[in-house]
Design a protein around this ligand. Structure first.
Ligand code: ADP
Ligand code: MG
Length: 698
């Protein structure tokens, strides 16, 4: 068989240039290969034909066989429709079309046997099926396919008669036009070892399964393949890096760490913090370059882990930097770290977009000559003008805000790449982490510092506003502070800003005796900082804000987080926002305000928030509700994340098998240079050629 994969879809029988255009635009189907991999999203069993007399309210779909007795047009204007009276001798069903009456009446004749398939609707004793599928009984038996696949279509596609059925037909044409089996896309050893069916059978059976068993094996094979290549790609680079890169070796835990541990540590480390620091120390001492992801829920104390690791670098004569996604956060890290290290003999500076020129020159100079040990900053750190004398360790906070390329730029700040610690407070379920960050080792802080009371989360509908204000007042009277957060989304920016400002005015009126400050992304950064400062110092009791405060801001005295229009936020975001309170020893509250009219998904999200404080549990639920494509971090991850058939949540066992298999292959044949593995290499290069690889140092 010729290499058909790149053949333009327009050459296929039943397609042509016009439909090809639509298929390309609407469904991304441009070639034969694209079409073969356009899988059904569901299947309906058509193995059984029922009698009309058997129809009751329990059938989502039904297949019947009989004849049309007559056609009639009923109704006028918009309600005009074509009806066909259909019978199989046991009863009558009315078939209804709201569009295309002329076409239908021409196409089907009276007194001819048809198989009719569709969604039955019952009105009293009358059964109707709107826009049914009608076939000659022979044509159904001919295919012998009892499970009918349904394909995703758009309105535009349907208008041009490219409905699910039409797609099924052109796929059938494609298979008929093939003169030889489709080439295998996995190596023989993988197919055998994992007991997979071949690609030819898998593709045929995913489109036209004859039984559930067929379908299961086909879908297993295709899911496996999809996940396998992702894992093979990740692991290939990870192993390459391990082989080719030496890391700086930090053998000693010296004076700085010891002094800090004995004299400056404001509290006892949690067990989890101790464990993670040990893991980091082992990496740094190993001679390999560390690439570690540190996951820990909001408030779990990641900063301290970062600081102690930075001290290890300094003890070994290296500089360290910590990069944060926003100026507010960078500033706060800087202040915190400076305070923590006030008795320790290290020099530290802050570098952001708004650092003054003179200050900046001084910093540049001191980074070059090595007088500065540590630097905290934003993206400004990545700029080429920033040159270190000897950068040995990089901390990246809140990873999901940074793109892959930014990460790799930091690698290049020394002749040998520094050790990297990526910290994230958005817990990622294990299965997703394996797919997304499969090239990073993972450490987890799964324990909060002692004495924290779980935040109590309450759902309040808009009508309960008075109660919410009362609750806030109680907390303010007890000397605490409150955040009120409004959504601010690009698409509705104007009205959102207005809501925010109106909210601000209202709160100033309601809480006359307190200062209220406001912060949103449209403000200049100096303005933002001033407002933030008012809240941090306690001068303002209430902070009205957008999600700019979502990340990292730490005011332990704040005990109330009110989230307006909570239904408009995603779960990860809600959890991050809630994490701004509950940082002190006091009982804290999170009030989710929502309108009564909630979609069932929104309701589920808010219920989960009320039920648990556990970030991992929330992340799992989020993944289930939204699917991985939408998870924060996946877009910027630099990974092709368009899974066609596998589902990270449901297929974690297949994922594990795929990863283990890929791992074994690479252990045996790291460059995929064995003849049996040639096919893997070719496929891999084709799949991932456009993807930046952050595992590879340029
Ligand atoms: P996150 O993991 O969200 O970045 P932080 O590092 O900001 O969390 O820590 C949250 C708060 O907990 C900070 O106020 C910090 O000082 C405090 N903290 C960190 N570790 C401990 C500990 N072992 N015991 C008590 N408090 C701690
Ligand atoms: Mg933090």
């Amino acid at each position: 068989m010729a290499e058909f994969s790149n053949i333009d879809i327009k050459f296929l029988a039943g397609v042509g240039p016009k439909r090809a255009e639509i298929l390309k635009k609407e469904a991304g189907i441009a070639t034969y290969e694209d079409l073969l991999h356009y899988y059904p999203y569901k299947y309906i069993d058509r193995s059984k034909t029922y009698k009309i007399s058997e129809i009751d309210g329990n059938f989502p779909y039904i297949q019947i066989e009989g004849e049309i007795i007559k056609f009639e047009e009923v109704g006028t204007g918009r309600a005009k429709r074509l009806c066909a009276i259909f019978t199989d001798g046991t009863g009558i069903v009315e078939l209804v079309w709201f569009q295309g009456a002329k076409y239908i009446a021409d196409r089907y004749s009276l007194r001819t046997r048809y198989t009719v398939f569709g969604k039955p609707a019952l009105y009293g004793n009358k059964v109707t099926i709107a826009h049914p599928e009608i076939d000659k009984p022979e044509s159904i038996n001919d295919k012998q396919c009892s499970l009918q696949g349904y394909y995703g279509t758009t309105e535009t596609m349907k208008r041009k008669f490219l409905n699910s059925k039409a797609i099924s037909r052109i796929i059938d044409n494609l298979f008929k036009s093939l003169r030889a089996p489709i080439y295998e896309t996995l190596s023989v050893d993988v197919v055998q070892k994992c007991n997979l069916i071949n690609i030819n059978d898998a593709l045929r059976n995913i489109h036209f399964p004859k039984s559930n068993e067929d379908l299961k094996r086909a879908s297993f094979r295709l899911k496996f393949e999809e996940l396998f290549y992702i894992q093979l790609n990740i692991l290939r680079y990870m192993k390459l890096r391990e082989r080719s890169l030496n890391g700086f070796k930090f053998p000693c835990v010296g004076n700085l760490v010891n002094t800090f541990y004995k004299e400056s540590l404001p509290f006892e480390l949690t067990g989890a913090q101790k464990r993670v620091i040990k893991e980091i120390r082992a990496d740094m001492g190993s001679g390999k370059q560390m690439n570690r992801l540190l996951q820990g829920d909001v408030g779990s104390g990641k900063t301290l882990v970062a600081v102690m690791s930075m001290l290890i670098a300094a003890d070994n004569g290296y500089q360290a930097c910590i990069m944060a996604p926003t100026e507010i956060l960078a500033t706060q890290h800087y202040e915190n770290i400076k305070r923590l290290l006030s008795n320790i003999d290290v020099r530290i500076a802050l570098l952001t977009g708004s650092t003054k020129k003179s200050e900046r020159d001084r910093i540049d100079e001191e980074l070059r000559n090595g007088t500065l040990n540590f630097i905290v900053g934003t993206h400004a750190l990545i700029e080429e003008s920033v040159v270190f004398k000897n950068l040995g360790f990089v901390v990246i906070d809140e990873q999901h805000r940074f793109g892959v390329e930014q990460r790799s730029k930091l690698w290049k700040k020394n002749s040998q790449p520094p050790h990297i610690l990526v910290m994230t407070a958005t817990p990622i379920p294990r299965t997703l982490a394996m797919t997304l960050y499969g090239d990073l080792d993972v450490s987890i802080i799964d324990e909060l510092p002692p004495g924290r009371k779980p935040i109590s989360t309450i759902l309040r509908f808009d009508t309960g506003a008075a109660k919410v204000y009362e609750g806030i007042r109680k907390q303010l009277q007890a000397g605490r502070q409150a955040y009120i957060v409004y959504p601010l989304i690009k698409e509705s920016e104007k009205s959102d800003l207005k809501n925010l400002e109106e909210g601000y005015e209202l709160l100033k009126k309601i809480f006359k005796e307190y200062n209220v400050c406001m912060i949103h992304g449209k403000m200049k950064s100096a303005e933002k900082d001033a407002e933030m400062q008012k809240f941090a110092s306690g001068e303002a009791a209430i902070m009205v804000a957008t999600t700019v405060i979502e990340v990292g801001v730490d005011v332990p005295n704040a005990s109330v987080m009110v989230i307006e229009n909570a239904e408009r936020f995603g779960l990860a975001q809600l959890h991050q926002l809630r994490g701004r309170v509950g940082r002190g020893a006091e009982q804290s509250y999170c009030i989710l305000k929502a309108s009564h009219k909630l979609s069932s998904d929104s309701r589920k999200r808010l219920d989960i928030m009320c039920k648990t404080n556990d970030g991992f549990e929330i992340a799992e639920a989020d993944l289930k509700l939204r699917g991985p494509g939408d998870m924060e971090g996946t877009q910027q991850s630099g990974m092709a994340f368009n899974l066609r058939i596998a589902n990270i949540t449901r297929d974690s066992q297949i994922l594990q098998l795929a990863r283990d298999t890929a791992n074994d292959i690479l252990d045996e044949d790291p460059d995929l240079s064995m003849p049996t593995h040639l096919i893997l290499k070719i496929k891999l290069d084709k799949l991932f050629k456009r993807i930046v690889n952050f595992g590879l140092v340029g």
